[in-house]
Ligand binder design. Sequence first.
Ligand code: VAH
Length: 319
Amino acid sequence: MKKILVTGALGQIGSELVMKLRELYGKDNVVATDIRKVENDVFGTGPFEILDVTDKQKFLKIARKYNVDTIMHLASLLSATAEEKPLLAWDINMGGLLNGLETARELDAQLFTPSSIGAFGPNTPKQDTPQDTLQRPTTMYGVNKVAGELLCDYYFNKFGVDTRGVRFPGLISYLTPPGGGTTDYAVDIYYHAIKNQSYTSYIDKGTYMDMMYMPDAIDAIIQLMEADGSKLIHRNAFNITAMSVAPEDFARAIQTHIPNFTLKYDVDPVRQAIADSWPNNIDVSAAKQEWGFQPKYDLTSITQDMLEKLGNSSVNKVS
Ligand code: VAH
């Protein structure tokens, strides 16, 4: 990877990935793009372009302008928003990905795009969900993710585009609050722990989902993209995760730092139904064997770091 274009660069993953890539590959070698402009570090520390990923000509034009050899395609609507606006989600999630793949094909560039545990459905095995198993998701987001996995495989097999991807679990981060996801409670709970020592979860007690800390997610993307392609069997959509947790597990971890923290529940039926259709915990053996995936953070160290960073940050705004 030498010249990298990132779409969705102001999102939860993009805002941290751009900074790490610029540290590793040089500020001028990482072009951040997003549909809007926000004057933050992503905008201020290297090349930035406004890009609506559904605009194929603009996508190609920017990629050619910087002569990129790698596309990190992150622009997407997440699960809850996609359920509210399914047709818009199809246009952005599938139209944007197709434009990214066509751009990668034209420039002979590598392409990374994330899938998700949302690519599994209610009749997928919920425990130790295999790398290769039944995928019949019941959400528009899940349909987009399965179609995206297959489209990326097609572009590799048909056109030789070096496509790579992972199935992300819920991602926890403190820099850019996520929006529109089902697992966002796992971020919001820390903001509320600092602000008012209590949180009302829209996901019910006992709802186990896979989760991971953002630094482990960023490392996984870079490790996969730098891996020897000849050793990749699965290539797109590797299962990766660090832990399987429910809301009460977060509360217990937070209470070791803030003993009077309380957790209440006000279940959102839409996001609960999405969460119930996803696995409880996925098997990561393929990612470990094929490119050495190894997360560093567990719930204890995540909680320690999140509370430390948020406690010291002025950005304790909660939704
Ligand atoms: C979501 N954070 O909740 C995303 C992710 C596995 C969850 O895909 O939609």
